[in-house]
Design a protein around this ligand. Sequence first.
Ligand SMILES: [Zn+2]
Ligand SMILES: [Zn+2]
Length: 649
Amino acid sequence: MSDQIRITLPDGSVREYPNGVTSLEIALSISEGLARNVLAAKVNGTVQDATRPITTDAAVTLLTWNDTEGKATFWHSSAHLLAEALEELYPGIQFGIGPPIEKGFYYDVDLNGQHFSQEDFKKVEDKMLELARQKQEFIRQPISKAEAVAYFEKKGDPYKLDLLERLEDGTISFYTQGNFTDLCRGPHIPHTGFIKAVKLMNVAGAYWRGDEKNKMLTRVYAVTFPKQKELDDYLHLLEEAKKRDHRKLGKELELFAFSEKVGAGLPLWLPKGTMLRERLENFLRKAQVRAGYQQVVTPHIGSKQLYVTSGHWEKYGEDSFKPILTPEAGEEFLLKPMNCPHHCEIYKTKPRSYRDLPLRLAEFGTVYRYEQSGELHGLTRVRGFTQDDAHIFCRPDQVKEEFIKVIDLVLYVFKSLGFDDYSAQISLRDPENRQKYIGSDELWEKAESAIIEASAERGLRTVTELGEAAFYGPKLDFMVRDALGRKWQLGTIQVDYNLPERFELEYTGSDNQKYRPVMIHRAPFGSMERFIAILIENSGGNFPLWLSPDQIAVLPISEKYEDYSNEVFLTLQESDIRGYVDHRDEKIGRKIRDSELNKVPFMLILGEKEQAEGLVSVRRKGEGDIGSMTIAEFVAFFQNEIKPVAKAV
Ligand SMILES: [Zn+2]
Ligand SMILES: [Zn+2]
């Protein structure tokens, strides 16, 4: 064993340390500030305790709160702290598992009949903070299986014994902090003092090992942070997300509804929601016309044979809506799960030559997929939805150019709707496993480099994932971050070699030979339903003026100004400004308040003075009075306010 080992840091620099150095000591040799923030370390690809000695040359990444793995280690260690606090407060309880989750962690416990509810949260939080302040170290101890079993038999913890049964001797370790010892493979943060803010979030039932034949345990959810401010910010974000929940706002703003009688997961678009949706559709339709798409319409059902040919029947038939039968024996139709097969049949309506390509067919096509009822969620998971679908049929040498055009279209959509923070994922073949993909090597290489080059030319921030491509082609997915920092997947561009093969699509080349076109599926919004849900949550219902269902509310001070109000409203309608007149017999203050609640961008107050002088008094939502103007002046002002949507592609 050599006395010195070589440690390679992420920046590529190599430093020598005595054999047995810990990651924490390495951090300290760099700076004290760094050492104060190190939660764990990745050593030759494995995350481990920062306090663990390193005994070989190694690549070391120090993990802090800013790293996903650092957070996971922090939260998992916090689960031990929660268990320690619970054991002090509820002696005799037994423990299941305590993993980190996306935001925070939980511990499953068997309270053995002791009462525990929301009212007890504060008590547990205080106990956790008290223990955290003691800066208890997490001490690792490798242990034999027999000793581990003896420990938990003595303690009387059947769940840990159950876990131990499945572990191999020689791989088992205990971790102890303060008076609490847990069976755990780690890693953990150096000591509990890093945990500065604690919040219990929820308590729920959970079967041991997720099996309903087992006992129901109590799952305690919590979240912790290294700073109180981070907890405050997080709780604020949760509040904000609740306020922006599209299911809540959709109801309040009368955009959409669900009816049990119509069926779960089948949204009903109300007049205001329909207005919003049509605006969006028209916006994209216009952009698509400019980009050379042709609009088509296809039916909501198709013969079962169509989907046998496409392969959808084999893949999804069993788990989706069952075939529709007709009086004709043996005749079967399916609700359309995808628009692509229909578009392939449109392609085949006449012979195509290389000069006809690319052919870009677009459709706002409604499709139906059977989602499990537990999976349904507002507009984001539904059983019937409308895709802003299009299929591009092109020659292999056109793939890159078409990708660039679609990327431009997607970015135009994002910019117009205020999604400024986006990135993309390029999904390629698994190079180790090429036989599982359809299409020749040459085609794949061409398409993959087309996607990579197109993304680079458009300056996209991308990550590349090998093995994430569909068996029928590589793809590009867009992710956006919304106003609350949440990530949503939007817009996919997918190359497809499969359907042209299955539908035997052809074009005649310049050499008079027959060739297969490449098919590209793309949907910038994904679906109207899901996109509008994201739009609602991102904007909190404060849509851009051009999308607002009601852009103005005309508010007469009393019924004396009814006629003048109608006259103003008609003039505005002629200028394509939408809204309503509030004819109710209510005080003007109430009318203003209601317009604000309905998030109407502009209110026009009409009374004695306005009528006499042919004026409107304008209020802007959230801002108040912005002055009086003539109707013509308001129209000009309004048109200036509808910011030109981002520069057209
Ligand atoms: Zn642990
Ligand atoms: Zn498609």
